[in-house]
Design a protein. Structure first.
Length: 418
């Protein structure tokens, strides 16, 4: 019985390979059952995200080849094309990998928390599909506990490591409550959309979105119950904005010093927090010289991100120590499973000897033998039969019996006498 984790991720495979290996969430239960029927898996769970597709499985064979063949067949992958990108982690390595993935140590963004929720969903899907058992149930439960401990005992997720999140974190340092602020977003690309998402998570409700293509501004505004405006209306809305974030592909500045000065007069010099994520810049450099304006560029944000990333790397090193200890504990549990059949066989053998000797003693009593003599013979016979195997092994051993003697001492309460 062996535990394996195998798959591809953003570190080992390009996007086109990951796309081919990905599983549609709707079809995962069917795939799991097929992996057990045709892939030789005794237990199976599939984790499939934009950055990774992984199979966690228990198989009775010592090799995961049957599961690898199943993966290639099921996803219609060319084995020779996929194998260079495929990783296979057996036993202890599989446990370490699961703990690291759930803790965000194997993510594209170090310490990101979303992967833990995705792993929980993967486990729930597998459990409901009936493809998990003692091994994977224990693995995933322990994985979630370790991830929680890492989040609690380290600073792995505290520092923002994306430019958009860093922008929101800086805004929080300037305004006591972001929920009271009006946010003007200039542009409607991925960076602006991610920034809007982070502001909404901080309870911001007033969004104004300006974009050269008005339809795109409208589409983003609808997501956040905001107001979409054309570029031509920007001057009329500057004075209403407490926070301005700009990220466009313009080759010339969109906001100049004069327009911002006029907005400040209308605001009676209430401060404006401005973030220019664009390269080339959307906001004239001179705007930063104005009083009551806090202007940050993308380079400023990258400095924050780099500093925070180093903080996460330090936390990751602490997390690795936690994971190492927890892996040791899990592997001790796995090793105890290997002992179960031997323990069962030992008990069955001992019980058979016991039953045979008791039956023999009963026959002696029925024949009229003295009870004290029967009991003495019963005790002597049980002692001889229970000690025969260990005694024979010791006598047959080589002169260097250190290991065997240590086992005997641990199994039986014996001393050091010759």
């Amino acid at each position: 019985m062996q535990l394996f984790a195998l798959g591809v991720n953003h570190r080992t495979a390009p996007l086109d390979i990951r796309e081919q290996a990905a599983f549609d969430p709707k079809h995962v239960p069917e795939a799991l059952r097929d992996a057990m029927t045709h892939g030789g898996a005794g237990e199976a769970a599939i984790l499939s995200t934009c950055n990774r597709s992984e199979i966690y499985c228990r198989i009775n064979d010592i090799s995961p080849e049957s599961v690898i063949r199943w993966l290639c067949d099921y996803r219609r992958l060319n084995p020779s094309t996929v194998r260079p990108y495929l990783y296979v982690h057996p036993g202890r390595e599989a446990v370490t990998h699961a703990f690291r993935v759930a803790s965000g140590l194997d993510s594209m963004v170090l310490g990101e928390p979303q992967i833990l929720g995705q792993m929980k969903d993967a486990f729930t899907t597998a459990r409901e599909a009936g493809t998990t058992g003692k091994m994977l149930n224990k693995l995933f439960q322990q994985t979630f506990a370790v991830a929680k401990q890492v989040r609690t005992d380290t600073a792995i997720g505290l520092s923002p490591v994306s430019v958009a999140f860093a922008a929101v974190a800086l805004a929080k340092q300037i305004f006591n409550d972001l929920a009271d602020q009006t946010v003007l977003l200039i542009g409607a690309g991925d960076m602006i959309e991610l920034t809007a998402k982070h502001f909404r998570e901080q309870n911001v409700t007033r969004f104004v979105i300006a974009n050269r293509t008005f339809n795109r501004a409208q589409a983003l505004a609808e997501l956040y119950d905001g107001l979409a405006i054309p570029f031509s209306d920007l001057p009329d809305h500057l004075s209403r904005a407490d926070i301005i974030v700009s990220c466009t592909a313009s080759t010339l500045p969109i906001l100049g010093k004069g327009a911002v000065e006029r907005a400040l007069r209308v605001r009676k010099h209430r401060p404006i927090f401005m973030i220019d994520m664009a390269v080339p810049r959307d906001i004239e450099v001179e705007v930063g010289d104005l009083g009551d304006v806090y202007l940050y560029t993308v380079d400023d944000l990258k400095d924050v991100v780099q500093e925070n990333l180093e903080s996460r790397r330090k936390a990751a090193r602490e997390a690795e120590k936690i994971i190492d200890l927890e892996v040791m504990g899990f592997m001790r549990w796995v090793q105890s499973l290997d002992a179960v059949p031997a323990i069962r066989a030992l008990r069955e053998s001992a019980e058979a000897v016991r039953d045979a000797e008791i039956a023999r003693a009963i026959r002696m009593l029925e024949n009229g033998d003295a009870p004290s003599e029967v009991i003495t013979k019963l005790g002597r016979s049980l002692t001889n039969k229970f000690t025969h195997g260990p005694t024979a092994a010791l006598r047959a051993a080589s002169h260097d019996r250190t290991d065997l003697l240590e086992v005997i001492r641990r199994l039986f309460p014996v001393g050091d006498e010759d």
